[in-house]
Design a protein around this ligand. Structure first.
Ligand SMILES: [Zn+2]
Length: 295
């Protein structure tokens, strides 16, 4: 629902008009539709009621594209459920944070995108459906986890605006339109030159202190136990905050067992220093590994 401005190729209105006329000007879209599409890149809800309508629309669209019921809509359906059940809480939060529902929709969108990433990762397997059953509850769990302080009345939800809506984002270009009738975050007062992106720290790829107890049995290799044909072996480990996003993800067992995961920052599983893993989680890891090594 929220589109990142930088990801849309035609950046100016003139370019977008030309792009749409070239691709859809032969009757596929009316002149009015083209004019409308060139205007707003970002479509933000003015309030929780509009947010609910937007979620309903995306659920209907996904049902047309997939199936009804579909696991693809699980996150959005759960989001709609929260909007309806916690209407009063959303209303209260809107009063203190005009962008609260935008942040919430962005959480639903990014969770859905991560779900798609997980799906795509399995597509090159012989039977892509095998091992995907865990995805059914992936989105609801993630949304619940990020929203839990808000839902439990214990604090602020762990949700953010997309980077392109954050006040410090590229202030020279101005900000995208605010939701109707709502204030826009003030731009940074004295924009400093954007810092060069920092190189990924070495520990994102290399585990500083692998636990020897977790190593594969002598004479065996990691790939004998963990490969494309037994994807389920990558699951069943505890979660930890992801090293890049901070969102909870299953820990990367390759990083823990071999001490090196070449995917580094881009790995979708969590790379975590073994010293930061709780004793309970260490027990879970050891027991899970033992059952895999003995199978
Ligand atoms: Zn990894």
């Amino acid at each position: 629902m929220c589109i990142t401005k930088g990801k849309v190729p035609p950046q100016t209105k003139a370019d977008r008009t030309r792009y749409l006329q070239e691709n859809c000007g032969d009757g596929k879209l009316t002149k009015e539709s083209i004019e409308r599409l060139t205007q707003d890149i970002l479509c933000l809800p003015a309030n929780r009621h509009e947010a609910a309508l937007m979620v309903k629309a995306i659920i209907s669209l996904l049902h047309i594209l997939t199936h009804e019921p579909s696991i693809a809509t699980a996150g959005y359906r759960y989001g709609l459920h929260l909007l309806e059940k916690y209407d009063k809480e959303f209303e209260d939060e809107e009063k203190v944070d005009a962008f609260f529902v935008t942040k919430f929709l962005y959480l639903l969108d990014t969770t859905f995108q991560r779900f798609c990433d997980h799906l795509m990762e399995g597509m090159d397997q012989e039977n892509p459906i095998t091992g995907m059953s865990h995805l059914e509850h992936f989105m609801t769990k993630n949304i619940r986890s990020q929203m839990s302080p808000f839902l439990d009345g214990a604090g602020v939800a762990n949700i953010q605006l997309p980077r392109c809506l954050q006040p410090q984002f590229n202030p020279n270009e101005g900000l995208p339109p605010a939701p109707r009738g709502l204030p826009i975050p003030p731009p940074a007062q004295a924009p400093a030159p954007a810092p060069a992106p920092a190189a990924a720290p070495a520990w994102h790829r290399r585990n500083p202190r692998p636990v020897s107890d977790w190593a594969v049995p002598q004479g065996k290799t990691f790939g004998e136990f963990f490969n494309r044909n037994n994807q389920q072996n990558f699951e069943g480990f505890p979660s930890a905050p992801h090293h890049a996003t901070g969102l909870p993800e299953t820990i990367c067992i390759k990083y823990q067992v071999t001490g090196l995961c070449p995917r580094g920052t881009a790995c979708r599983r969590s790379h975590i220093h073994p010293d930061r893993i709780s004793p309970e989680d260490k027990v879970q890891i050891k027991s899970r590994l033992e059952s895999i090594y003995q199978s």
